[in-house]
Design a protein around this ligand. Structure first.
Ligand code: SF4
Length: 375
C-alpha cells in the first residue's frame, strides 16, 4: 500500500527517502512541490531525477480522496465533499467528509490610520466521518460516527481547498483554520494535534497557531492535555446551552459531562496557555434564546473570562429546530453585553456553513438534490 505523503512530517519523509536510497534533503524539495507549487503528481517534480520520481510514484501518493461535489456560493464560500477510499486501516474505511473555505476581505485601518484590506481565507476542516456526539440540531451527528480521519486526510482537506485559491496575489493561501467541520476534534485527539503541527509547519502551510481554532463540545481531559501541548491555538467550546438541564436535551454527551467540569478545564486552558477561550452558542429559536438563557450564559462566560460567539442556526429540515430572527439574536447579545461579556454575532456565511456541516454529506448519501445551504 502506498504511503500518504500528507501524513508525514518533513523529518519522517526524509527518513523514508533515506531508506529508499535517496538523499534526505530531497524531502524538502518534495514538500515544496506539494505544499507551495501545488504538484498533484510526482512526475511534475522536475528538479528530481526521473529515477527518483519513479520511486516516489511507486511508494507514495499525494491526494487520496475523490472530489464528489465542488460548490461555490455567490459570496465566494467554497464547499468540497470528499469521498475517501474504501481501504482497510484506520481512517480508510471510506465515507464522505466536508470541508469549507470562507473568504473574507475586510477594510481595516493599519497603525497609521490608512485603510488596508485584510484578506482572510479560512478553512473549516472535518476530523471524523460523521460524529459520535449526536447533537439534536446537527446533520453530522444524525448517523453517528463512521470513522476517524487520519492526519493525512485532515491535511488533504486543507490542501484541496488551497488548490481552489489563486496561485498568487491576495487570497492565494489559507490564513486561518477552524476545526469546526464534521466530528469532534478532541475525540480524534492525536490526529487533530498532528494536523495542527503540519498546518503550522514552515515547510507546509506555515499558518500561525493563533489563527487556528480547535472547537470542542467540551471534553475536559483532552482540553487539559491540549493545554500542555505548547500549541498557541484558540480553544472554542460549543456550549449551546447555559445550564446542564437544557444542554442534556440538545447535546447527548452533556449527560456525562457537566458545564462545571467544562468551565474548570477551560480555566486550566487559559491559565496554561494565556489564550482566552471562546464559547460558541448556536441560537435555536425558542429553545435557548430566552432572556433568562442570556443571563445564565453571561454567568458562565464571566466565570471563564470567555468571549461569546452567537451563531445563527442553519436549519436542517428533518430536525425541526428554527433559526431565530435578528431581533431575538441582537436582544440576546445586548443582555450579554450589558453584563460585561465580550460577545459577537457571527456573520451569516462561512461559520454558518460550519454549523450546517454534515448536510451535504447527508444529502449525497440519500441521493437528494444538492443545494448550498441558504447561500
Ligand atoms: Fe458533532 Fe459538532 Fe454536530 Fe454536535 S454540532 S453532532 S459535536 S459535529
Amino acid at each position: 500500500m502506498k504511503t500518504h505523503v500528507l501524513s508525514l512530517t518533513l523529518e519522517e519523509l526524509g527518513e523514508r527517502l533515506a531508506e529508499l536510497g535517496m538523499a534526505k534533503f530531497r524531502a524538502k524539495q518534495v514538500m515544496e512541490w506539494v505544499y507551495q507549487k501545488r504538484a498533484t503528481t510526482f512526475e511534475e517534480m522536475t528538479n528530481l531525477s526521473k529515477g527518483d520520481r519513479a520511486v516516489l510514484g511507486e511508494q507514495f501518493e499525494i491526494f487520496t480522496s475523490a472530489v464528489q461535489r465542488d460548490l461555490v456560493a455567490p459570496d465566494g464560500t467554497q464547499k468540497l465533499l470528499l469521498k475517501w477510499p474504501e481501504e482497510p486501516g484506520e481512517g480508510k474505511g471510506g465515507g464522505l467528509t466536508e470541508c469549507v473555505m470562507i473568504p473574507c476581505d475586510d477594510d481595516q485601518c493599519d497603525e497609521y490610520g490608512n485603510t488596508v484590506v485584510a484578506t482572510r481565507r479560512t478553512a473549516c476542516l472535518s476530523t471524523q466521518v460523521g460524529c459520535p456526539v449526536g447533537c439534536a440540531f446537527c446533520a453530522s451527528g444524525m448517523e453517528g460516527l463512521q470513522g476517524n480521519l487520519t492526519v493525512g486526510q485532515v491535511v488533504e482537506e486543507a490542501l484541496r481547498l488551497t488548490h481552489k485559491l489563486p496561485r498568487e496575489g491576495p487570497g492565494h493561501r489559507l490564513t486561518n483554520i477552524v476545526f469546526m467541520g464534521m466530528g469532534e476534534p478532541l475525540a480524534n485527539y492525536a490526529v487533530t494535534v498532528a494536523a495542527v503541527k503540519v498546518l503550522m509547519a514552515p515547510w507546509a502551510f506555515h499558518i500561525s497557531g493563533r489563527k487556528i481554532t480547535v472547537s470542542t463540545v467540551g471534553l475536559p481531559p483532552q482540553m487539559k492535555r491540549l493545554a500542555e501541548e505548547g500549541l498557541p491555538v484558540t480553544l472554542a467550546i460549543s456550549l449551546h446551552a447555559p445550564n446542564d438541564e437544557l444542554r442534556k436535551r440538545i447535546i447527548p454527551w452533556a449527560n456525562k459531562i457537566s458545564i462545571e467540569q467544562i468551565v474548570e478545564a477551560g480555566k486550566y486552558y487559559f491559565e496554561k496557555t494565556g489564550r482566552e477561550v471562546t464559547l460558541e452558542y448556536i441560537m435555536l429559536e425558542g429553545v435557548n434564546t430566552l432572556p433568562e438563557h442570556a443571563r445564565e450564559l453571561a454567568q458562565v462566560a464571566k466565570k471563564l473570562r470567555a468571549n461569546v460567539n452567537l451563531i445563527y442556526y442553519n436549519e436542517v429540515p428533518e430536525l425541526g429546530f428554527k433559526r431565530p430572527s435578528g431581533q431575538v439574536v441582537f436582544g440576546f447579545q445586548n443582555i450579554l453585553r450589558s453584563a460585561g461579556v465580550n460577545v459577537h454575532v457571527r456573520k451569516s456565511r462561512g461559520r454558518e456553513i460550519a454549523a450546517a456541516c454534515g448536510q451535504l454529506a447527508r444529502q449525497d448519501r440519500r441521493g437528494a438534490a444538492l443545494t448550498v445551504n441558504g447561500r
